[in-house]
Design a protein. Structure first.
Ligand SMILES: [Zn+2]
Length: 285
């Protein structure tokens, strides 16, 4: 009996051993699945910028800190850029229809980088071309000021507004109201100070527009832009200034640069008895 039991047990163990695999199968290496890092969707990237922001590639950005933004010296411009100003008349909206009261160029001994157009406080001021608001803020000189970047790289600036209606980043169509005319900042009397700029440099609005008595039209549908368009700026940059230091006087500045006191006074719009402030800039040529 015992022999029979032992025999059956032996058979059972033998069966187990025979049916066991002769090698251990190794599971294939599966790359560990890394839990995905939760990425917050980027609300703004370079592709969006190229697509959304006018002339982003030309400016390599959209500076919202400085009113004039990036500055590239256009007086040294080597090439000619053909700017498509407009394709047809509906690509343009007159900022304001009014009398031209002060032109681009020298105003006494100071440069004036725009044109002044008479209006009444509260009159609607309109955006000239399709574009995006780069600056909408208050400045001590410009008052309430709006700067719009356009697709062709031009920027237009609207100053001394009584009210800003748009905010930075707004997309505007030509002719849309951006603010109300006023007399804010360094201004005497309600008017619109209007500038055209290219790569941060002032461009005479008469190069772009035909501005006559109460008319404001596009001069040509395209503008060939080269260094000649910035000749006024070249003149301005030749001006030299003396920074007033402790102990300076008009007599001393006159002797130092060999310029008469009366000429210095004329250049700076001051009289001979003017007390100079330390740090003040006095033009001497
Ligand atoms: Zn002005």
């Amino acid at each position: 009996m015992l022999k029979g039991i032992l025999f059956c047990l032996g058979l059972f163990i033998g069966f187990i051993c025979l049916s066991a695999p002769d090698s251990v199968s190794i599971p294939p290496v599966v790359e560990a699945e890394v839990a995905p890092v939760e990425m917050k969707p980027s609300i703004w990237n370079i592709n969006d910028s190229l697509f959304n922001i006018p002339a982003f590639d030309l400016y390599c950005g959209f500076d919202q800190k400085k009113i004039w933004g990036l500055k590239v010296d256009q007086t040294k411009k080597q090439d000619t850029t053909l700017l498509q100003v407009a394709h047809d008349s509906c690509d343009f909206g007159s900022p304001w229809v009014g009398r031209l009261t002060s032109d681009f160029g020298w105003r006494g001994s100071r440069p004036h980088y725009g044109v002044d157009i008479k209006l009444q406080t509260g009159d609607s001021v309109r955006n000239a071309f399709d574009g995006m608001v780069r600056i909408a803020r208050y400045s001590s000189t410009y008052g309430n000021v709006i700067v719009i970047r356009h697709e062709n790289g031009l920027e237009t600036l609207y100053a001394h507004l009584s009210k800003r209606i748009v905010i930075e980043g707004d997309k505007l169509a030509a002719g849309e109201i951006l603010g109300l005319g006023g007399n804010t900042g360094r201004s005497s009397g309600s008017h619109l100070h209007f500038e055209t700029r290219y790569l941060g440099e002032p461009l005479n609005p008469h190069d772009v527009f035909e501005i006559n008595d109460s008319t404001f039209k596009i001069k040509n549908q395209s503008l060939a832009l080269d260094a000649e368009n910035f000749i006024f700026l070249k003149e301005v940059r030749k001006i030299k200034y003396h920074r007033v230091r402790n102990g300076d006087s008009l007599w001393r500045i006159s002797k130092r640069y060999g310029v008469s006191i009366s000429r210095i006074c004329r250049l700076n719009g001051i009289n001979k008895k003017k007390t100079l402030r330390i740090g003040q800039k006095i033009r001497y040529n």
